[in-house]
Design a protein around this ligand. Structure first.
Ligand SMILES: Nc1ncnc2c1ncn2[C@@H]1O[C@H](COP(=O)(O)OP(=O)(O)OP(=O)(O)O)[C@@H](O)[C@H]1O
Length: 665
């Protein structure tokens, strides 16, 4: 039905922010425009709803500042309540609009008031920060409704449309006024909310900051707790250590007490001993005095001993000179087991210096004795003579070497006559030869000489002369060796590249001798019968020093195992060079010795390597011993005669004067 009421033409000025208010006003406008009379009631109802909504919204907004989680729920509840109320009210209004009775309108108004009151009386109570905002909104709404009712004055009659319009208009004005107030209040509240939000944000930031600080503090507390734990452990360890140290201190204190007691005892003992020492000192003083006297005596006696030693040496050498500076011994070896079936020569030993040799000639059973030949030497050793007995005679010459003379001992004889046995023998056994015995003798004598102030150094070298070539038997590495002069006078010679070994014990020399024997045997396998075809020379140099007397005594001892002296048969003469050299050197040795004995001006030392090498030991101040070795076998008779003739010739020559080598430092 078209309304006959004039259309309302007014507008509300509502701030854009107040969405709810604006919607309400628009709603009112539309309602008023479209429904005419009923619109008044509807507007009234809607105004009431709007107020309720506004309050609810305010309440929701206020609450949201404090409890955002609960806000949607509260808002929803409020909206539901409002919606329910409005729907019921509007529905009722719509249903009862045609022919509405006054009482119906009244009842509606009563309903509206009730609703408003209910809305106002039951404001949502959010858990706001202060609880002020919702209450203020509710109060404002209630007072707005009351003011509207007052301003409207008494309700005009139903038929008084004009009055009703005026009434409604007044009501609206009052409501508008109230709305403004509420809006203002709402805006204030919004500002307050904004301020609270900012404050909240600031507080949250502070809270985060505080949380972080709290975390740091927690960590620090944890670290401190750990530190406390560590310190507690250290503390307990230190406490334990302290206890241990205390225990140790207690033990030490106990042992200290013990030591003190011992010290007391020992101090007493010491005091006693000091007394004894004092007494001994006085005795010592007396003995010192007597020792000084004795020392003076000893010095005098030493001088006498040294003078006597000098005299002894002089006498010894005089005896040696009397015996001859070139002497010849003859040694006849025994028949050895492997020669059991062989015949022997007839050898008679007329005295200790003379022997007679002969043999039977002719067929077996009709043998005739040949003419016997007699030979005299400085000494003759029959077959049963031991190595020790031979050395007894030789030792005199060794003694001369220690005292600074040059000595040369030759083992001469045919192959198999016993030269090597005599010179080397079997070292380390009773059958050891002249070389090992010489060294032992030197070491024994050295001790005696040391008592007289002499210090000795022994050097040894072993060489072989084969085919006029010198071979080092200690260093068989095929070096070339030459005989060179040691000084400008040419009184001393040396062999180049020759290994000279210092000897500190007889064992060391035996070791050298074994090496020399091995090297000689090795060479022998390369050249048949080489050992018989070469001269083996063991050289021992004795250097004595007397520091007090400032004297140096140098003696050279040459022990020579000569090559076999036998004359070679024609078929063996194929080894021409070898034979020539042997014959030459042996013959030259004889020439040199004879020239020396005859005191010739020229001694042909340089005609062979052997005599050249032995030059310092063959002339002037030297002593020479020729050891003739004779085989007892009949088959060797002719060679035996040759050897005996050679030795006899040497022995028959006169001796010269020999001089001792003495150097003053
Ligand atoms: N006085 C001795 N008593 C016991 N056996 C000896 C004696 N002299 C030499 N012999 C023995 O006679 C043999 C020959 O001796 P040895 O080898 O010493 O002769 P050699 O003259 O050195 O010979 P070569 O010139 O061939 O070297 C060896 O078996 C050795 O043991």
């Amino acid at each position: 039905m078209e309304s006959r009421l004039p259309k309302l033409n007014f507008q509300f000025k509502v701030p854009a922010r107040t969405v709810t208010g604006s919607a309400t006003i628009n709603s009112i406008k539309s309602t008023t425009a479209s429904n005419g009379t009923d619109a008044a009631e509807s507007v009234t109802n809607k105004t009431s709803q709007t107020l309720t909504k506004t309050m609810s919204t305010t309440s929701i907004n206020s609450k949201s500042t404090t409890d955002e989680n609960k806000a949607p729920l509260t808002r929803a509840k409020t909206m539901t309540t409002l919606s329910r109320t409005n729907t019921a009210t509007v529905a009722r209004g719509v249903q009862k609009r045609p022919g509405l009775a006054n009482n119906t309108i009244e009842s509606k108004r009563a309903n509206l008031r009730t609703t408003m009151k209910a809305s106002v009386a039951r404001p949502v109570r959010p858990a706001t920060v202060s609880g002020v905002l919702p209450r203020a909104a509710a109060t404002a709404a209630t007072s707005a409704a009351a003011a509207a009712a007052k301003t409207a004055g008494p309700k005009p009659n139903k038929w008084d449309f004009k009055g009703r319009l005026e009434y409604t208009s007044n009501e609206l004005t009052a409501l508008k006024q109230k709305h403004r107030e509420i809006t203002t209040e709402y805006n204030n509240m919004q500002d307050e909310i904004t301020s609270l939000r900012e404050s909240e944000s600031s507080n949250r930031f502070k809270a985060e900051k505080l949380e972080k600080a709290a975390d740091i503090l927690k960590k620090e507390i944890e670290a401190l707790k750990m530190e406390i734990d560590t310190l507690q452990k250290e503390n307990s360890s230190l406490v334990k250590q302290l206890q241990d140290t205390k225990d140790l201190c207690d033990q030490n204190a106990a042992s200290l007490d013990k030591c003190k007691d011992e010290l007391k005892v020992k101090t007493n003992l010491l005091t006693e001993q000091v007394d004894v020492i004092t007494e001994l000192k006085s005795q010592l003083e007396q003995e010192k005095k007597s020792n000084e006297k004795k020392e003076t005596k000893i010095e005098n006696l030493t001088e006498i001993v040294q003078t006597m030693d000098k005299d002894r040496r002089a006498l010894h050498n005089y005896i040696q000179e009397l015996k001859g500076n070139i002497r010849v011994f003859c040694r006849v070896r025994p028949k050895i087991p492997k020669e059991a079936g062989k015949n022997t020569c007839t050898i008679n030993y007329l005295d200790e210096c003379t022997l007679e040799v002969g043999k039977l000639e002719g067929e077996a059973g009709n043998k005739m004795k040949t003419q016997r030949q007699e030979f005299s030497f400085d000494k003759v050793f029959p077959p049963n003579t031991s190595q020790e007995d031979v050395f007894q005679e030789l030792s005199m010459l060794v003694q001369s070497a220690i005292e600074g003379y040059n000595v040369c001992v030759f083992a001469y004889g045919q192959t198999g006559s016993g030269k090597t046995y005599t010179m080397e023998g079997f070292p380390g056994t009773d059958n050891e030869g002249m070389i090992p015995r010489t060294v032992k003798h030197i070491f024994n004598e050295m001790k005696q000489f040391e008592m007289l102030g002499w210090e000795y150094k022994i050097e040894a070298s072993f060489l072989e002369i084969y085919n006029e070539q010198i071979v080092d038997l200690l260093d068989y590495t095929r070096k070339s060796h030459e005989i060179r002069m040691a000084d400008s006078k040419g009184s001393d010679l040396y062999v180049s590249n020759l290994l000279v070994q210092e000897i500190n014990s007889p064992e060391e020399l035996n070791q050298c001798l074994l090496i020399a024997q091995e090297n000689r045997a090795m060479a022998a396998t390369q050249s048949n019968e080489r050992s018989s075809r070469s001269h083996s020379v063991a050289r021992i140099r004795l250097i004595g020093t007397h520091k007090t007397k400032q004297e140096v005594s140098i003696g050279n001892l040459n022990l020579v195992d000569l090559a076999g002296s036998e004359r070679l048969k024609n078929e063996e003469a194929a080894r021409v060079a070898e034979t020539k050299n042997i014959n030459k050197s042996l013959a030259n040795l004889g020439h040199v010795i004879l020239a020396l004995l005859q005191k010739q001006d020229h001694i042909p030392y340089r005609n062979s390597k052997l005599t050249h090498l032995l030059m310092p030991s063959l002339g002037g101040n030297s002593k020479t011993l020729m050891l003739l070795n004779i085989s007892p076998l009949e088959e060797s008779y002719n060679e035996t005669l040759n050897s005996l003739r050679f030795g006899s010739n040497v022995n028959n020559c006169k001796t010269g004067t020999i001089k001792k080598v003495k150097t003053v430092l």
